[in-house]
Design a protein around this ligand. Structure first.
Ligand code: 5AD
Ligand code: SF4
Length: 580
């Protein structure tokens, strides 16, 4: 493999190790001159599979690529650099990736500078990189989840040496701050609060592909959230494989409840979080969710199975009864909470009775939505060592029965929503019907309704008129023009210049010295008016009046106001011009 430089390959044993401590690494990235001249005029495209963690990685990679000078395209044919960001959680997610890689052979043929990079969780598995190198010579770069921050250096190395570079670190992982981001959505953002996972559920590859559980410093989370709010974001989703164990590594009492409360207090319109692990869910967290209206009453609480024995074999650390007790607690404290879940069917040795336990649990909880999966053995995980002894036929039969139970639970919630009005954050035109808008309610139901596209990004009232299992039809409650005008006013009032102008104006009205001065001026005016016949007295009164006026104008607040006045006037002119 003379065309390849293999810098590192993954090792499950190292990935499992939790010995060294996570380091916090800060510092902005620089771009090698070779890469910035290569990137000139070139376009990138990133294809992401898998969870929100991968989506957030995509945004970091896009931020890095734009720093280097690449621009984004969504057209595969015109891309000069394609990154395939993979998922390893189940085998079918992996199968899709091979097809994607094959597709880009044509780009390489048509464009000698074309670069294909493959990254993400799948690369962290032993043997995958070697397999890719042997079958797909058009790959230029393979890197792992821990190497995302080094993307620009790896690309530069490949450009300079004209070689395929492979760099996949296997270690527990650090926390890297100050990376740029080019976000996919202008209104909804993901914010990582922790990385990795230490739960080691026996079926799951994530603790190996994403490393140890490590919490981001609270100050960095809050800084990112504040910047998002200032940029006009309406919704933040706090991300972690297990958000509820946030802060355990700090050992100073900081917990997920702390992050939730601090972010909620920043005033974001909608705050969500995922994913929750039942084992780490405290009453304090439930109470914080209940307390803040801007924390969405929607909890993704993977159960995986309704059988205590299966849960034990899965390494989930709770029983069926404990899970149901948690659900009861959540429902008592947050009455209209929406609960969603993940379920695996056909885990090794799952009996028909144990599967029935999953069905009865779902009937009891009545989830608002559920992601259901057929068990997929992942090499290197403890469960993969147990014979996968549930037949395919049984797995599919169980899967289909489960879907029906889930669907009837979902429908029972949807029915109660008809006729009621919900707040919907407008995502834009519906994917299925361009003439409709779509968006999500606070309890994460997808609503389609008629309305103009300028409502994108607004939170609007929609009355539900028809229910379907996975989406609903609604109608706008208010005139869209009025909604936009109100939003416009709200945004204007948030503008820092307008805010300062209004606060100076308020300070002027309340300032004691200015109140006294205004009274003196009025008195001086009256005095002046009464002395028009007496030249000498009039002259004195005029001087008194002029000196008071000078004092008034030179007051720092008045001075400030006058300076801001011109700026505000030109800002308003600019806006009205823009509206024409
Ligand atoms: N097989 C099937 N489903 C899995 N998940 C994780 N690992 C596996 C596996 N090996 C599911 C779990 C998890 C979700 C993200 O993916 O339900 O909560
Ligand atoms: Fe995987 Fe379990 Fe960690 Fe979730 S909690 S990422 S299922 S090991």
């Amino acid at each position: 493999m003379g065309r390849c430089v293999i810098k590192s390959l993954p090792e499950m044993k190292l990935a499992r190790s939790r010995v060294e401590k996570a380091k916090l690494i800060r510092g902005e990235k620089t771009v090698a001159p070779s890469l910035s001249s290569f990137a000139k005029g070139k376009k990138y495209l990133i294809k992401t599979f898998g969870c929100q963690g991968n989506v957030r990685d995509e945004e970091t990679m896009a931020g890095l690529l734009e720093l280097a000078g690449f621009t984004k395209t969504t057209v595969e044919k015109e891309a000069d650099l394609v990154i395939i960001n993979t998922c390893a959680v189940r085998e079918n997610a992996e199968d899709k990736v091979y097809g994607e890689i094959g597709k880009f052979k044509a780009n390489k043929k048509a464009n000698k500078d074309f670069m294909l990079a493959v990254c993400g969780c799948m690369m962290q598995e032993e043997g995958v990189a070697q397999k890719l190198l042997a079958s797909y010579p058009h790959i230029t770069l393979i890197f792992g989840t821990h190497n995302v921050p080094d993307l620009l250096d790896l690309l530069a190395e490949s450009v300079e040496r004209h070689k395929t570079i492979v760099d996949i670190h296997s270690f527990a992982g650090d926390i890297i701050e100050d990376l740029p981001a080019k976000r996919n959505d202008p209104y909804k953002a993901f914010v990582n609060i922790s990385y990795g996972c230490d739960k080691f559920c026996t079926y799951c590859i994530v603790p190996y592909t994403r490393g140890r559980e490590r919490s981001r410093p609270l100050e960095d989370i809050l800084k990112e959230c504040k910047e998002l709010i200032e940029a006009g974001y309406k919704e933040i989703t706090l991300l972690g494989q297990n958000v509820n164990s946030y802060g355990k590594d700090f050992k100073d009492g900081t917990s997920f409840a702390t992050v939730l409360e601090e972010v909620a207090k920043l005033g974001i319109a909608r705050l969500r979080f995922m994913t929750s692990h039942p084992w780490d869910f405290s009453l304090e967290m439930i109470d914080i969710i209940a307390k803040y209206p801007n924390i969405m009453k929607c909890i993704h609480l993977p159960v995986q199975s309704g059988s205590t024995e299966m849960l034990r074999l899965m390494g989930r650390r709770y029983t069926r009864e404990e899970y149901l007790a948690l659900v009861k607690n959540i429902r008592e404290r947050i009455p209209d909470v929406a609960l969603t879940t993940d379920i695996i069917v056909g885990f090794p040795n799952e009996t028909a009775e144990q599967f029935e336990d999953t069905l009865t649990l779902c009937e009891e909880v009545k989830y608002d939505a559920a992601f259901t999966f057929i068990y997929s053995p992942r090499k290197g995980t403890p469960a993969a060592a147990i014979a996968d002894n549930v037949s395919d036929e049984d797995k599919h039969e169980r899967f289909n029965r489960l879907l029906k139970v889930i669907e009837s639970g979902v429908m029972s919630h949807s029915k109660t929503m008809v006729g009621k009005t919900y707040k919907v954050l407008v995502d834009g035109p519906s994917k299925k019907d361009e003439t409709m808008l779509s968006g999500y309610t606070e309890n994460s139901k997808l609503i389609n309704f008629r309305g103009p596209s300028y409502l994108k990004g607004e939170i609007v009232d929609v009355k539900i008129i028809e229910d379907h299992a996975f989406s609903m039809i609604g109608e706008l409650v208010e005139d869209p023009l009025i909604i936009k005008a109100k939003a416009f006013k709200e945004n204007l009032l948030k503008d820092p210049l307008i805010k300062e102008f209004l606060s100076v104006s308020k300070a002027i009205d309340e300032d004691e010295s200015l109140i006294a001065l205004r009274k003196d001026i009025e008195a001086a005016q009256r005095d002046l008016a009464s002395k028009v016949v007496d030249d000498e007295a009039h002259k004195i009164a005029k001087e008194k009046y002029a000196s008071l006026m000078k004092e008034y104008e030179e007051h720092p607040l008045i001075h400030n106001y006058a300076a801001l006045h011109d700026d505000v006037e030109s800002l308003l002119k600019e806006i009205t011009e823009g509206l024409k």
